[in-house]
Ligand binder design. Structure first.
Ligand code: FAD
Length: 503
C-alpha cells in the first residue's frame, strides 16, 4: 500500500472514470485529493488488458459525447487534456443483423429509411416511434442540463414545471417498459428485436433509455489506444493537477462523525481523514458495507435492498490471424440477433441470447500485431447462471468454473461463425471475462454491467447522499451508466464539493 498522508481535502473511493473525473477536477481547483483504488490498475470497466501483443477492452465498445459540446470532450477541455487523446469517429453506432435484415444504425433519418424499405407495412409506426424518440431525447436534454442537484430553489421549481408542462413524452413513457412500448408500436417482431437491442438492457427496462439513444442522433467514437486511452487521459489529468492515485488501496469503511463523512478506513486498518468523501464504488456497497446501516434512514436502506441490479455480461476476447477487412468488415460492431423474440434475446439460451461482435483492431490497428485482428463477443449473462458459474459450496472456483466458461465461449464462437466464417480455426489467443471476473476486477456487485437496473418509473440516485459531505460519482448515480454519463456524474460531484467547500 502506498505511503499516504493522514489527511486530504477529499478522498475519492475508486478510480473508475467517474472517480478519476471527479478527482482530477477537484485537484485542478486546488483541493488536496486522494483517489484510493483497490485494484492494481485504475479504470474499472474502462481498462483494457494486453495479451501476446493484442489489446482487449474489458467492456467499452463505443462512446458518445466526444465531440465539442459533448460531456466527455468538454470535461477534457476543462482539464486541458484534449490534446492527449484522439477520437476515431465511427461510421455507424452499430450494424444490426438478423433474419432477413442487416441495418446500420446511423442518423435517425437514414435508419428510418432503411427500416421502412425493409418493413414497408410498418412505415407509419416507424415514423411515429422515431418521432417520439426524437421528442423525448430533446425533453431529456432540457430536463437534465444543468444537473438537478446543482440548481437553486428557483431552478428546482423550474425543473418541476418543465417536467409537468414541457415534457409530455417523458411523462408518457417514463413509467413504461421498452417491451411494452415496442409491442404497442410494432406488429413485426423483427422490428421490436432491432429497436430493443440498440441498448442491451432488455424489454423490462424503462423505455426512455432506448428512446433517448435513438432520438439523440448521437455519433459514437472509439479512442485511439482503446478504452484504456480514457483511463490514461483522466489518470494523467489527476496527476497533472496535483491529485494522488493510490493503487491496491481498498477502502473498507467510510468514517462518519456527527452525521458527516470525515474520512475513510483502509484494508490495513489505517485511517485517513478528509473533509469530503466521494464514492465511485458500487451503489449498494457504498452504503450497506462502507457507511453502515446505523448511519442511514431506514427507508433509504430498504430501497437499496429492494432495488434490482442490472444484469452482468460475458465476453470472449479473441486474437485471430484473419484479414477481417478483406472479409468485408469495417470495424462497425455487429449486434447479431439470433431470435426475433426480445425475451429470448435477453434470456440465457446460448443459441439465441444477445450477441455483440466487436472488431476493434479494424478501428485502431495498434490493437493487434501486424496481420492479426481482435474479435470480441459480448453477451448478457447473469451472475447466477448455471448455479453461480459452477462455484463450489465453499465459494471457491475450480475446474467446473473453467469448464463452464470454456463451454459458453465455445458456443458463442460457433454461433459467431455465421458472421465470421472460419473464426474458430483462426484463434491465436483467447481471453474470457465472466460475471465473476467483472465483479473481481471492479467490486461491482454481481458484476452488474450498468449499475442499478433501470426499471420503469425507477428512481435515479443523485450525487447527493443522506450523509453530509459524502457524494457519489459513477454509473450507480445520475445521469447513469456509460462513459458519456459517468464523466458528468464525476463533474457534478466535483461541483457539489466545490460549492460546499467555498460556501
Ligand atoms: C460489458 C460492458 C460493456 C459496456 N459497454 C459500454 C460502451 O460500449 N460504451 C460506454 O460508454 N459504456 C459501456 N459500458 C459501461 C461503462 O463501462 C461503465 O458505465 C463505466 O466504465 C463505469 O464507470 P464508473 O466510474 O462507474 O466505475 P467502474 O468502472 O465501476 O469502476 C469503479 C472502480 O472503483 C474501484 N473500487 C470499488 N470499490 C472500491 C473500494 N472499496 N475501495 C477502493 N476502490 C474500489 C473498482 O476497483 C473500480 O476501479 C459497458 C460496461 C460493461 C460491463
Amino acid at each position: 500500500m502506498a505511503n499516504l498522508k493522514d489527511e486530504y481535502d477529499v478522498v475519492v473511493v475508486g478510480a473508475g472514470i467517474g472517480g478519476l473525473t471527479c478527482g482530477a477536477l477537484l485537484a485542478k481547483e486546488g483541493l488536496d485529493v486522494l483517489v484510493a483504488e483497490q485494484g492494481s490498475r485504475p479504470g474499472g470497466y474502462c481498462a483494457s488488458s494486453q495479451r501476446d501483443g493484442f489489446a482487449f477492452d474489458t467492456a467499452v465498445d463505443a462512446v458518445m459525447g466526444c465531440e465539442k459540446g459533448g460531456s466527455v470532450y468538454d470535461t477534457l477541455e476543462e482539464l486541458a487534456l484534449t490534446d492527449d487523446i484522439e477520437f476515431i469517429k465511427l461510421a455507424a453506432g452499430a450494424r444490426i443483423i438478423g433474419s432477413g435484415y442487416d441495418v446500420p444504425v446511423t442518423s435517425i433519418g437514414a435508419f428510418a429509411d432503411e427500416l421502412k424499405g425493409l418493413f414497408p407495412a410498418e412505415s407509419a409506426s416507424i415514423d411515429a416511434f422515431l418521432g417520439d424518440c426524437k421528442a423525448l431525447a430533446d425533453e431529456m436534454e432540457r430536463l437534465m442540463t444543468p444537473a438537478p442537484d446543482l440548481l437553486g430553489l428557483a431552478g428546482k421549481f423550474g425543473l418541476v414545471a418543465k417536467f409537468l408542462f414541457g415534457s409530455p413524452k417523458m411523462r408518457k413513457y417514463g413509467g413504461k417498459s421498452a417491451g411494452e412500448v415496442l409491442n404497442a408500436f410494432f406488429k413485426e417482431p423483427r422490428l421490436r428485436a432491432i429497436f430493443g437491442t440498440i441498448v442491451p438492457f432488455g424489454p423490462s427496462a424503462m423505455a426512455p433509455l432506448i428512446m433517448n439513444i435513438l432520438g439523440g442522433d448521437a455519433t459514437s467514437y472509439y479512442p485511439r489506444g482503446g478504452s484504456q486511452a480514457f483511463v490514461d487521459v483522466f489518470t494523467k489529468g489527476l496527476a497533472k493537477h496535483g491529485g494522488y492515485l493510490a493503487l491496491e488501496t481498498k477502502v473498507t469503511k467510510i468514517l462518519i462523525e456527527d452525521g458527516k463523512a470525515s474520512g475513510v478506513e483502509l484494508a490495513d486498518g489505517s485511517q485517513i481523514k478528509s473533509r469530503y468523501v466521494v464514492s465511485n464504488a458500487d451503489g449498494r456497497q457504498t452504503f450497506l458495507d462502507l457507511v453502515g446501516e446505523q448511519h442511514l434512514p431506514s427507508k433509504f436502506v430498504r430501497e437499496l435492498r429492494e432495488t434490482s441490479l442490472s444484469s452482468s455480461s460475458f465476453l470472449v476476447s479473441l486474437g485471430v490471424d484473419l484479414d477481417l477487412k478483406a472479409m468485408g468488415f469495417d470495424g462497425t460492431s455487429i449486434v447479431y440477433n439470433r431470435s426475433d423474440d426480445l425475451d429470448e434475446i435477453f434470456g440465457t439460451d446460448l443459441e439465441k441470447c444477445y450477441m455483440n461482435i466487436r472488431m476493434h483492431s479494424l478501428r485502431d490497428p495498434s490493437q493487434a500485431p501486424e496481420g492479426m485482428a481482435t474479435v470480441q463477443l459480448h453477451t448478457m449473462l447473469p451472475y447466477d447462471y448455471m448455479g453461480n458459474w459452477g462455484r463450489k459450496k465453499d465459494g471457491t472456483l475450480g475446474r467446473e468454473y473453467t469448464e463452464l466458461e470454456k463451454a459458453v465461449a465455445g458456443k458463442l464462437i460457433a454461433s459467431a461463425e455465421k458472421i465470421i466464417p472460419g473464426l474458430s480455426e483462426h484463434i491465436v489467443v483467447e481471453d474470457i471475462i465472466s460475471p465473476l471476473t467483472l465483479e473481481r476486477r471492479t467490486l461491482n456487485s454481481e458484476g452488474a454491467t450498468m449499475g442499478w437496473f433501470p426499471a420503469p418509473g425507477g428512481k435515479m440516485r443523485s450525487q447527493k447522499t443522506p450523509i453530509k459531505r459524502l457524494y457519489q460519482a459513477g454509473a450507480w448515480t445520475f445521469p447513469g451508466p456509460s462513459i458519456y454519463m459517468v464523466v458528468p456524474s464525476g463533474r457534478n460531484a466535483a461541483r457539489l464539493v466545490l460549492k460546499e467547500a467555498r460556501g
